[in-house]
Design a protein around this ligand. Sequence first.
Ligand SMILES: [Ca+2]
Length: 282
Amino acid sequence: MYRPINLAYGKKAYNTDPESGNPFQSANAMPDRLTDGVQIDPATYENLNDIPADDYSALGKLNWIGTESSKKGNIVIDLGQAMNFNEIKLYAKSVRLKYANVWVTEDTTDHAGDWDNVAFTPVEPVHVDEKGEWSYFNADNNGGEDSADSIHTISLGKTYTSRYVRLYVENGSGQNKVNEDGTIRMTGPPRLSELEIYYAPEPPSGMKVEYDGGEEATVSWVASMSEYYQIYDRDERIADEIASSSHTFKDLDPGAVYSLTVKSCSETRIRSNRCCRRQAKP
Ligand SMILES: [Ca+2]
């Protein structure tokens, strides 16, 4: 039985931003906040238009804030050793997060925060817009509530292996403007409360059906990393909580046509794989 765990929990994180934002941003670019297990800041900060410039904790002490200009942030997570992963979850304060990109590297040697000599390679993009190619893109996130909590799942589309995971995030709108009275408008900079990395279950593959007539048929597949499996006939779930990689049906209708799908399941994610169509013999 496999239950996905957050590979980033408790791991060392590094702020790699150019510090081109304001001092408030720099003071809150504390990457340890991304991997401490506290996913959501319970406080709400309703007004981000006039934050006191001399109170760097005015937006709490739970969120990492990006420091690249007004809307961007850059991070490297050190997983300690090369690990497989295919999904990243970002917990954000505000619903403005619009873009993210991810890099990996074959370099597994120690670098202690000095990334100049590490050759990072971008993962294959899964979204494209007029501005570029992205690992995560949400066209709707151009503004919105700054006190809202949001979760952004970056599905990488395949499994990558890397010790260091580099991440770029960008909000869709907002400012870090200094107001005339010295307060700061802080609607622009990305504020993340947690970054999680997962190796989520892959879909099962290689589905086979053994049928020799009558009411019995055995469905089998190549096991994937999964807590359990479900079998569907079109939209109807006809078997659930299957712990192994095969299942025998004992009461099929010999004249019926079944269109079977096996799904790998975990608490956090379900993926499906349409497998085969089987006409039962009379
Ligand atoms: Ca946290």
